[in-house]
Design a protein around this ligand. Structure first.
Ligand SMILES: Nc1ncnc2c1ncn2[C@@H]1O[C@H](COP(=O)(O)OP(=O)(O)OP(=O)(O)O)[C@@H](O)[C@H]1O
Length: 310
């Protein structure tokens, strides 16, 4: 659906997006994840045709995004990280204003509005002033506005920022609905856990580069790295150590002061299970505890600035 090819954006001498390439499949929810200043907003604004690129290309539906801006804008809906709302507009007027600004007729907007307000849970607020809505409601209204011209692709820049946990859950549910409707969603956040529950694919963006992207399970298993296994056997400890060291997936074995093995293991959950089964066939295993890093730890490691410098 979307192919980002060697995208570069320079602000003067500073390179904010440095040769980024990734692909977003139709119907997927692609999470752009990275720390502050990584280049997420810049990438999304270029993808939304709101900012010019310095180099590279983006294809949407097999055609360059930049070759026919009008066509691209019809296909795309962009929700910025900061959006203004107008004090004197009521919810339905706001949608009419943005609908017409997006090239829809007033009749079309009026036909669409009830369904959109239903989708974002704001039907009962139709006649309220936008300014009196809560932050979560304003965010949902902004999402409705992004959908008004029925784009295939939604680009949402940190839509969950500033929302309380309940509002985040509501937003997640709406995004799942959109996916069921066949929309392709690109969403950014600096909170990995927030995206990992929702996204089908993620790209990690650091210092203007994207060192890794793909289906979320594959990315996580690639970055998860080694697992520390805490293993206890009751008898034949020396023999057990020799056996452990013979296993190709095991990189190191130490015995800690509690008498259990600390084993550095590199492999999938499935392989951890196989190791436990084979070991239990040979030894009296009384403890087997894989200590995985949680997602936040992995993200902190991945986004260590030095890692991608030079
Ligand atoms: N108009 C601009 N002129 C100069 N530098 C800019 C401009 N816009 C962004 N930058 C710089 O480009 C880098 C990437 O910014 P960008 O807003 O894309 O990051 P981000 O990942 O969206 O960050 P955040 O999570 O804080 O929104 C930052 O170092 C930022 O200071």
């Amino acid at each position: 659906m979307i192919k980002v090819k060697n995208l570069v954006k320079k602000y003067g001498n500073f390179t904010a997006v440095n040769d980024i390439s990734f692909e977003v499949n139709k119907g997927s929810i692609f999470g752009l994840i990275g720390p502050n200043g990584a280049g997420k907003t810049t990438t999304m604004r270029i993808m939304s045709t709101l900012l010019t690129k310095t180099d590279g290309d983006i294809e949407i539906g097999g055609q360059s995004l930049f070759s026919d801006i009008k066509r691209s804008r019809r296909m795309l809906g962009y929700m910025p990280d900061f959006f203004g709302v107008y004090d004197d507009l009521k919810v339905y007027e706001y949608l009419e204003f943005y609908g017409e600004a997006s090239g829809c007729t007033l009749a079309d907007v009026r036909k669409m509005s009830p369904d959109l307000l239903e989708l974002v849970g704001l039907n009962h607020k139709r006649d309220d002033y936008v300014n009196n809505l809560s932050r979560g409601m304003k965010q949902r209204l902004c999402l409705a506005r992004t959908l008004i011209h029925q784009p295939d692709v939604l680009i949402l820049d940190e839509p969950a920022s500033g929302l309380d946990p309940r509002a985040r859950v509501e937003l997640r549910n709406i995004l799942r609905e959109l996916r069921k409707m066949g929309k392709t969603v690109i969403i950014s956040s600096h909170i990995l856990l927030e995206l990992s529950e929702l996204c089908t694919d993620i790209g990690i963006i650091v210092n203007g580069q994207m060192p890794i992207w793909g289906p979320i399970d594959q990315v996580l298993s690639r970055v998860q790295g080694d697992v520390l296994l805490d293993i206890k056997v009751l008898e034949n400890i020396d023999e057990a150590k020799v056996w452990l060291l013979e296993q190709s997936s095991i990189r190191d074995v130490n015995i800690n002061n509690l008498g259990s093995f600390e084993v550095l293991f590199s492999g999938s959950d499935h392989e951890i299970g196989q190791l436990l089964r084979e070991m239990s066939n040979r030894f009296l295993v009384t403890g087997f505890n894989p200590k995985k890093q949680n997602l936040e730890e992995i993200f902190m490691q991945l986004t260590e600035v030095e890692k991608y410098e030079g």
